[in-house]
Ligand binder design. Structure first.
Ligand code: NAD
Length: 256
């Protein structure tokens, strides 16, 4: 069953890991995907995987398309929404913010720059994308589903990640507030809190640390990006039509 047959889905961070898996999953459910990444080539590669155009020039008939944008820059996000709407003649009805970075250091040594960069991409970036997408939906009278990727770290903290944990906790509050404000417009907003998922982001974590984490995951292994994509597809679809303001954990049972 194609649950997202008429949906246009904008996915940020679509060039890698969870964002790429989400793009593939939503396309399989019938959505047209606007795949955005800071890395243009990576976004194009995702679209190529989906069998789309791989560039911003989209053929009539609405195949998938790639877009380059920096979610931490207001001008870049504004242009992104304009380009997507120009391309497909409508605003995205599903918006999944997966773009995110880490700059790990213990609190006692963390630089101001490491703090600012992570907050700018992970928190301000989600504010800018959520706001721009909601404005486009409200002004055209369309309903939608906004899904923001937070992290279990935003709930329980993690050594060496004061910046990342703060950004991800912020995403939960931002999404809950957006859900309260936008519900009357038919726009649902939910956050997804992955645990430890095998992607390029966690490939940077020393194996010793990963082994320790795996030891306390009830499911006994790390998650795959597809595990997160499955939940995103549910939240994007009408199967979750009465769910808004939720923070859904995808952790294999870590930190119940
Ligand atoms: P990843 O590094 O594989 O992918 C992140 C993507 O975001 C990259 O393609 C990168 O180019 C893009 N990106 C970075 N900065 C950007 C910017 N300013 N504008 C646009 N795109 C930008 O990481 P991932 O593991 O797939 O993570 C995806 C999301 O899931 C992130 O928000 C991350 O914090 C979150 N998350 C990941 C895990 C995990 O274990 N991997 C756990 C919890 C939450």
């Amino acid at each position: 069953q194609l649950r997202l047959r008429s949906a246009l889905a904008l996915v940020t961070g679509a060039g890698s890991g969870i964002g790429r898996a989400v793009s593939v999953r939503l396309a399989r459910e019938g959505a047209t995907v606007a795949a955005c990444d800071l890395d243009r080539a990576a976004a194009c590669e995702t679209v190529w995987l989906l069998g789309g155009q791989g560039s911003e020039e989209v053929a009539p008939g609405g195949t998938h398309a790639a877009f380059q944008a920096d979610v931490s820059e207001a001008g870049s996000v504004r242009r992104l929404l304009e380009q997507v709407q120009a391309c497909f003649s409508r605003p995205p009805s599903v918006v999944v913010s997966c773009a995110g970075i880490t700059r790990d250091e213990v609190l006692l040594r963390m630089s101001e720059d490491d703090w600012d960069k992570v907050i700018a991409v992970n928190l301000k970036g989600i504010f800018l994308v959520t706001q721009a997408a909601a404005q486009a939906l409200v002004s055209s009278g369309c309903h939608g589903s906004i899904i923001n990727i937070s992290s279990i770290v935003g709930k329980v903290g993690n050594m060496g990640q004061t910046n990342y944990a703060a950004s991800k906790a912020g995403v939960i509050g931002l999404t809950q507030t957006a859900a309260r404000e936008l519900g009357r417009h038919g726009i649902r907003c939910n956050s997804v809190l992955p645990g430890f998922i095998t992607t390029p982001m966690t490939q940077k974590v020393p194996q010793k640390v990963l082994d320790k984490v795996i030891g306390i995951i009830p499911m006994g292994h790390m998650g795959d990006p597809e595990d997160v994509a499955d939940v995103v597809a549910f939240l994007a679809s009408e199967d979750s039509g009465y769910i808004t303001g939720a923070s859904v954990e995808v952790t294999g049972g870590l930190f119940m």
